[in-house]
Ligand binder design. Structure first.
Ligand code: ADP
Ligand code: MG
Length: 696
């Protein structure tokens, strides 16, 4: 039977369950499934057989090397390639791959960030195969998803705590479901990450040192046009971009990444890609692969893919919406059904979620904190820095009625009257689409919108999973302590009390308004505006207790993560400041001086023949003032940056960057940008915002 292109290429480079079933002896396959599905320990004989089958499959798909693919604390993925090649005694070669090589690796890992967990004398780290994530072939390399741990067993990566948090949530959710008489085999989280990104011309990118070294423009005057006409969102996709997107789809489909939706976003040159949701850790692997492919494919079309949260001032930045739900044997547990007010299991889970977000709002905020995301959160485009929950027209009245112990007014699906009989009837969605909320219920899932576009989604999901596990356990304990009462009454009371106690975190209004900030303060909700403010929540005793209780992160691990993030923030700002100093001294100042010289020459020439040169003189003066100001600010930035780097205490260093270095960077930028708008275009040393954002 003829197959369409997508069906025939789908998952071609992914070592799928079907491949394993086909290639492994039946008992081995069964044993492996037990490891994957039930978390049974892996036997080395099984590993040997899987390794052999995997290698044979990989060789058939063009692989020559293998790698343990892992996610270090820096968030991106790492790989070191080893070929399958082995030399025989007679000089001939053999392509070999053992179970031991599959299961464990020892990358020379001393230069990965570890937050102080590994002293250099025990710099060893191990990668360990995660059989729950399928291997794949990428660029002639068999990639084996692995966890990365230290010699002493501490997690040094993003995957390990994620898997642990998934286990914690599964355990508690199963206990909760058991009270409702359900005993699913598996309870997993599902994640659908919507990835935003920019594409600009590679030739422009190459001329901007700031973009190359920091991912964002550190200078650039406001373009004559921004996103105010709103014509880019969902607009027709330009041909080069469309060609890029097609190849991206093809490549990702081959890897079994279920990408589904693509469109232009609000800002010029901004786009979005959304996959169909998958099991949590798998969705995150696939998102990382997607980001990597985007970067690699763009140059083939003369484009550069920018994944920074704020590549350009004055237009929207990029986020990554983390659509999240829990699923029991394939059944979505956040599906409210037509009558949520009567769906007790749903209400219990809803109450658990609301409580989880309220109790750990600071941790949720910290989980998305980064230097890049600071430019988005609270900047009138992304959700504000206050974490709140949006429930919408269908659920908020139910919640309020429950709290008041009244019968909720039932919200029926409404049919929208279009007044055009030829068009099919439209059912109004039972949630409106509030875009300003950081954590919104969108029909049958929650959407956490604070995540940054370049971040690894593990961090926010670790927090979410663990915080929800804690609330599920609270419910189970609550019921257990009231065994002599009827379950339904007890469960209902739990829902009512929990929602009442956490009502403050529910907010359906406009999250961008300044009134909300004041209101949030009155409600006692944390508002951590910057990364430096947000990160300390990670090591708050309350957070440490949460992670320790559910064995997601030990105290040492969580401190290491805090240290790695706090350091990352300082390092990024240090690089940004350095790049600014460089660009100011070596590109902008010489260019402005050159232009100013030509203006002064005009003034002199005119005066020499007795012509007035008032305008030119004025311009020459402005340029001279600009040069003086840029020189002064560059020196000041250099000094402050040096001072910052010398501060030992991580928290204090971050605060110094926030309070002293960043404002100086902004002042320097303002001085340079002011010159951009009065200098001749030909003399400007880098492409302007207009050039980059409105290319044809
Ligand atoms: P938006 O309107 O926010 O752009 P989309 O409908 O384009 O939303 O994307 C929603 C994302 O949510 C998709 O990636 C989709 O697969 C995902 N999603 C849908 N249902 C679930 C679920 N139950 N769990 C997790 N993600 C889901
Ligand atoms: Mg969304």
């Amino acid at each position: 039977m003829a197959q369409d292109k997508v069906t025939s290429e789908w998952g071609e480079l992914l070592f799928t369950d079907a491949d394993m079933r086909e290639r492994l002896p039946k008992p081995t396959y069964k044993e492996l499934r037990r490891v994957i599905d039930q978390g049974m320990p892996l036997d080395i004989h099984i590993a040997n057989e899987v390794a052999h089958a995997m290698k044979e499959w990989a060789l058939e798909h063009g692989a020559t090397h293998f790698t343990h693919w892992f996610q270090p604390l820096s968030g991106i993925t790492s790989e070191k390639h080893d070929s399958f090649l082995t030399l025989q005694d007679d000089g001939s070669i053999l392509m070999a791959f053992s179970g031991k090589e599959l299961v464990q690796g020892e990358p020379d890992a001393s230069s990965f960030p570890n937050g102080g967990l590994r002293a250099t004398f025990e710099a060893r780290g191990y990668t360990v195969w995660d059989p729950t994530s399928p291997a794949f072939v990428k660029d002639e390399v068999l990639c084996i998803p692995t966890a990365f741990i230290s010699y002493t067993g501490e997690a040094l990566d993003k995957r390990t705590p994620l898997l642990r948090s998934e286990i914690a949530l599964e355990r508690q959710a199963k206990r909760l479901l058991a009270l409702f008489g359900r005993s699913p085999r598996r309870v997993v989280t599902t994640i659908g990450p919507e990835q935003e990104y920019f594409l600009i011309k590679e030739e422009d990118y190459e001329r901007r040192q700031d973009l190359i070294l920091t991912g964002r423009t550190l200078f650039g005057a406001m373009p004559a046009k921004g996103q105010e006409l709103e014509e880019h969102y969902f607009g027709a996709i330009r041909p080069t971009v469309s060609a890029f997107m097609k190849e991206l789809d093809d490549e990702l489909w081959k890897l079994g990444v279920p990408v589904k939706t693509k469109h232009n976003e609000v800002a010029p040159c901004q786009h979005e890609l959304a996959p169909i949701f998958e099991r949590g850790s798998l969705a995150i692997d696939d998102n990382l692969l997607t980001m990597e492919k985007m970067k690699l494919i763009a140059p083939k079309y003369g484009l550069a893919c920018l994944q920074h949260e704020k590549p350009f001032e004055y237009v929207n930045g990029s986020g990554k919406h983390n659509n999240w739900s829990i699923s029991a044997d394939g059944k979505n547990l956040l599906e409210p059904g037509p009558h949520p007010e009567d769906n007790l299991q749903f209400l219990v889970l809803l109450a658990c979620l609301v409580a989880a977000v309220d109790e750990h709002a600071d941790l949720m905020r910290a989980s998305v904190a980064s230097a890049g995301n600071d430019h988005r959160l609270g900047a009138n485009e992304a959700p504000p820095a206050v974490v709140s929950v949006f429930l919408g027209d269908a659920l908020t009245p139910v919640v309020d009625a429950l709290i008041r112990k009244e019968q909720a007014e039932v919200h029926e699906d409404e049919v929208v009257d279009l007044g055009v009989p030829q068009l099919p009837p439209v059912l109004r969605d039972n949630t409106d689409r509030n875009r300003t909320s950081p954590f919104a219920f969108t029909g049958n899932k929650f959407e956490f919108r604070m995540c940054g576009s370049q971040q690894n989604l593990s961090d926010p999901n670790v927090v979410l999973n663990t915080a929800v596990a804690e609330q599920c356990e609270r419910f189970c304990d609550y019921v257990a302590a009231r065994q002599d009462e009827e379950f339904l009454t007890v469960a209902m009371r739990f829902v009512r009390h929990t929602l009442r106690d956490h009502r403050r975190v529910i907010f359906d209004g406009n999250g961008y308004s300044s009134e909300w900030e004041d209101e949030a303060e009155r409600r006692g909700l944390p508002n951590h505006k910057t990364c430096a403010d947000a990160l300390p929540a990670l090591i708050d005793p309350k957070s440490v207790a949460l992670f320790e209780k559910y064995e997601v992160l030990s105290e040492a691990e969580i401190h290491a993560r805090y240290a790695a993030k706090a350091e990352q923030y300082a390092k990024l700002l240090n690089i940004e400041a350095n790049v600014m100093v460089h660009m100011a001294r070596r590109q902008y100042l010489p260019a402005i001086m050159g232009f100013s010289d030509s203006v002064v020459q005009i003034v002199l020439n005119r005066k020499a023949v007795g012509i007035e040169a008032k305008t030119e003189e004025e311009l020459a003066r402005k340029l001279a003032d600009g040069i003086a100001s840029i020189s002064e600010l560059t020196g000041r930035l250099e000094d402050k940056n040096a001072k910052a780097a010398s501060i030992e205490d991580l928290g204090k260093r971050d605060e110094y960057y926030r309070d002293e270095v960043l404002p100086t960077m902004e002042a320097l930028r303002a001085s340079v940008d002011a010159m951009e708008s009065i200098c001749a275009k030909e003399c400007w040393p880098v492409p302007s915002y207009n050039d980059m954002l409105f290319y044809v």
